[in-house]
Design a protein around this ligand. Structure first.
Ligand SMILES: Cc1cc2nc3c(=O)[nH]c(=O)nc-3n(C[C@H](O)[C@H](O)[C@H](O)COP(=O)(O)OP(=O)(O)OC[C@H]3O[C@@H](n4cnc5c(N)ncnc54)[C@H](O)[C@@H]3O)c2cc1C
Length: 412
């Protein structure tokens, strides 16, 4: 390998070829040199917390697929699941000295602050109104032909993609799952196409998005976004293409709004730093709670004291997915009825959710706990969901409760 020009791309948890600016840069650099080669690294991003079994299953699927696609053009994808990029590069150094190392970055609609950091608002409506420009367009997957090489000197152990946790296999097979999909990029793009163009999904999204059961009431993009197998800019651009074809209907406008919610929480976390995740949240309020460990332990075993909530928790533990409405019920019940510390509920969600993302999870929990960005909570109390009324509105037949009545074993 000596004498070759090698460019390294560290994926940093972005498990796709589409809309990867760092991959484009890496390709451009490699093509500047005759015989330039590319190596791709899968390591743990510096700040990534431990992921739960459902999310690791999806990640393993996305990685296995990416591995095969890169292998087809002789580009090695090296796996260092226990290493950060810096420590993986240290392991590699005796074998190769890369010319340059590029790093993937989380998919966001905007490259830089969409609203100036010093004016960044605490509530979503001001964020949306204050947006200073339109989202950036996505980049297509680059041509990788000719950038591979013979990598016989690389230890085989690095060339083996990580296996999915065995405990998650049952979840994948649960016929009740609202997210029965594989986590890889082709599946993500197929789901995007299906929801926007092949089914009536997007057109009816505003009316169905509060559903609780099945694959079609909402888009199911979040698990793909969570493991980086789908780009949010690709979603946005496809929604614009849908609007060119069909007009800007309620469903497509609402989807854009939800994607902006994601953006709002990502930039809010960046703006507020540790305060964003602190018990008092961005409002720096003293939350009133009862740190009862036994009550919490019962809740984690799906014995919350309310059958509607137990059914939601059963689904969460069995599949890792929960509808947005279900998450709101569970969090509201946890905060207002059980009076447990919202940070405990948030950490438990982060371990269970198939789409766990610290900023999105904390942002939503803090919002419901009345310490975050809910405009009603500033100077007031947290939003409380009346479960009896909610079930009359969103599941009058109690189909969710019947579907998920059976308790499930805790995944490990
Ligand atoms: C307590 C609680 C915890 C949550 N934790 C997470 C989390 O860890 N990861 C996560 O991705 N989402 C989280 N959400 C937001 C939301 O519930 C999920 O994004 C959504 O249910 C995913 O399903 P979907 O892709 O079918 O959503 P859709 O309704 O089809 O929405 C499309 C996309 O919009 C974005 N979006 C929708 N609602 C929200 C929201 N409230 N906040 C931020 N982005 C949103 C997501 O990227 C989603 O994929 C949480 C919500 C609550 C109430």
């Amino acid at each position: 390998m000596a004498g070759d020009v090698t460019i390294v791309l560290a994926l940093e948890g972005q498990l796709r070829l589409d809309d990867q600016p760092a991959l484009h840069e890496a390709v451009a650099l490699a093509r500047r040199h005759r015989g330039g080669r590319l190596i791709v690294l899968d390591c743990r991003p510096e700040a990534q917390r431990l992921r739960g079994p459902h999310q690791r299953r999806l990640e393993a699927q996305a990685l296995a697929c990416l591995h095969r696609r890169l292998e087809a053009v002789a580009i090695p994808l090296l796996h260092f699941p226990q290493h950060t990029t810096a420590s993986a590069l240290a392991e590699l150094r005796p074998l190769l000295r890369p010319q340059a190392v590029l790093h993937g970055s989380e998919s966001r609609l905007f490259d830089t602050w969409p609203v100036a950091a010093e004016r960044f608002p605490q509530v979503f409506s001001q964020f949306r109104r204050g947006l200073e420009r339109s989202p950036e367009p996505p980049l297509p997957p680059p041509d990788l032909a000719g950038l591979g090489g013979a990598w016989h000197a690389l230890p085989r152990i690095w060339l083996a993609p990580p296996a999915a946790p065995s405990s998650a296999a049952a979840a994948a097979a649960d016929p009740r799952s609202a997210f029965p999909f594989s986590g890889d990029e082709p599946t993500a793009l197929a789901r995007l196409r299906h929801y926007l163009f092949d089914s009536d999904g997007l057109r009816t999204y505003k009316a169905t998005r509060n559903g609780l059961v099945g694959t079609e009431f909402s888009a199911k993009f979040s698990p793909f976004l969570g493991v980086g197998s789908l780009s949010v800019r690709r979603i946005w651009q496809e929604v614009l293409r849908y609007q060119d074809l069909h007009g800007a209907d309620e469903g497509s406008e609402w989807m854009k709004q939800e994607l902006l919610w994601r953006e709002f929480f990502l930039w809010s976390e960046q703006r507020h730093g540790d305060a964003f995740h602190a018990p008092g949240g961005i409002q720096n309020r003293q939350p009133a709670w009862d740190a009862d460990r036994e009550r919490f332990a019962r809740w984690t075993r799906c014995a919350s004291g309310h059958p509607l909530i137990d059914a939601q928790l059963n689904e969460l533990l069995a599949t890792g997915y929960l509808s947005n409405r279900g998450r709101q019920w569970v969090a509201s019940h946890f905060i207002n009825e059980l009076k447990l510390p919202w940070t405990w509920g948030a950490r438990f969600f982060e371990w269970c959710l198939i789409d766990a993302h610290p900023a999105l999870n904390t942002g939503n929990w803090a919002y419901l706990a009345g310490v975050g960005s809910d405009p009603r909570s500033f100077g007031g109390s947290p939003r409380r969901f009346d479960l009896e009324r909610q079930v009359r509105l969103y599941d009058p037949q109690q189909s969710h409760r019947r579907l998920w009545a059976a308790p499930v074993p805790l995944p490990s």
